[in-house]
Design a protein around this ligand. Structure first.
Ligand code: COA
Length: 339
């Protein structure tokens, strides 16, 4: 299935450390002289940090970190840009976890990457551990970190005045926290950051009406889904057999379509949502999605498979979908292409 990218934002993901990350991490952690990030990431520690491990010791430590599920690499459109970490405050099993986040390259800062990576790391930590509470610790000079954490749902929970000496003066230590109950409440409410505009009033939506083959061909060709239009008979039969089909019309022109396949009780599978490129970024795809799933609010499993284009993820997350690999919903997804 393919869809309309609803957001120009790059894809921000977390993945396990790989052996090949050794060079990337070495370059940023020790290979770059006086990097800007060390002026922000607990600089009161780095100021005294004259101990640089030799390359072999670093490589050996990295090989161990590859196995460590408490660290992940932050990627933007697949390229590594940072690191997230976590540890459990003693005693083990007490339910208090502390997270860390670091984007190495200053050109990446202030673009919303941190808050998305931190939100994903928070989700993963609540899913993978027994955390009752997650905290993050920063300092009063790092307003970017504090704002980033607040955007990800954290609130300031402790402030230790003048605890840190750095850059010729003293700063407060600042701790931010998020309880599992707060995270659960936020997870079930509608996301507002990715809100899409309401569809334009001159677009009409129709439900349960199967468009003529010519209209279908024009729309599917417009989005480049030629595999479908090479066999119009199968496409038209597939659309007619879907339950239901919702279409968007600008005057007489078919400009969008979404269709679901469902048994009406236990599963609702989204097979297509597509919008003519000339009508994108107007909220049409979101409205199609809302309408096509409306009859299935009582159905537990809403499922879809899509390609990995940047923007797709944000679109579906804004509609409440979560990737299985995020860990929030344990399980595996499989697909087999036949025919
Ligand atoms: C801290 C860090 C992870 C945040 O990630 P990020 O992608 O920059 O954060 P976001 O863009 O999601 O949010 C940053 C917020 O700070 C604001 N901000 C940006 N520059 C700022 C500045 N110089 N002063 C104050 N606020 C600033 C941004 O505008 C944004 O808030 P807003 O959307 O309300 O305007 C990242 O900047 C980083 O790795 N910095 C270096 C290392 C570090 O400080 N790590 C944390 C150690 S405690």
């Amino acid at each position: 299935m393919e869809t309309v990218p609803a957001s120009p934002e790059p894809a921000v993901d977390l993945r396990a450390l790989a052996a090949e990350d050794d060079e990337f991490l070495w370059r940023w952690l020790h290979g770059t002289p006086d990097p800007e990030w060390k002026r922000w990431d607990a600089p009161y520690f780095h100021a005294a940090d004259t101990q640089v491990p030799d390359r072999d010791t670093f490589a050996a430590a990295h090989a161990r970190h590859v196995e460590d599920r408490h660290r992940r690499i932050v990627t933007v459109d697949g390229a590594p840009v940072g690191l997230v970490t976590r540890y459990e405050e003693a005693p083990a099993g007490g339910g208090w976890w502390e997270l860390g986040i670091l984007l190495f390259d200053p050109s990446r800062w202030g673009r919303g990457i941190g808050r998305r990576a931190l939100a994903a790391w928070t989700d993963a930590t609540f899913a993978e551990t027994d955390a009752h509470l997650i905290t993050l610790t920063s300092w009063s000079g790092n307003e970017r970190m504090v704002a980033c954490a607040q955007h990800a749902g954290y609130t300031p929970v402790a402030r230790v005045p003048e605890a840190r000496a750095w850059d010729g003066r003293r700063w407060d230590s600042v701790r931010l926290g998020l309880l599992r109950s707060q995270w659960e409440a936020a997870s079930t409410s509608a996301p507002d950051d990715d809100a899409v505009p309401p569809p334009p009033p001159d677009v009409a939506f129709r439900e349960g009406e199967v468009p003529a083959a010519d209209d279908l061909r024009r729309l599917y060709d417009a989005v480049g889904w030629s595999a479908y239009t090479q066999d119009m008979e199968t496409l038209a039969a597939g659309v007619a057999g879907s339950s239901p089909v919702v279409t968007a019309w600008a005057g007489d022109a078919l400009v969008g379509l979404a269709r679901v396949v469902s048994d009406g009780h236990t599963i609702a599978y989204l097979q297509d949502v597509l919008v003519d490129p000339a009508h994108r970024r107007q909220g049409i795809a979101s409205e199609l999605l809302r309408r096509v799933f409306a009859p299935y609010a009582h159905v537990r499993q809403h499922v879809l498979i899509t390609d990995a284009e940047p923007g797709q993820r944000a679109f579906y997350e804004a509609a409440g979908f979560r990737e299985i690999r995020d860990g929030r919903f344990p399980g595996r997804a499989f697909v087999r292409f036949g025919g």
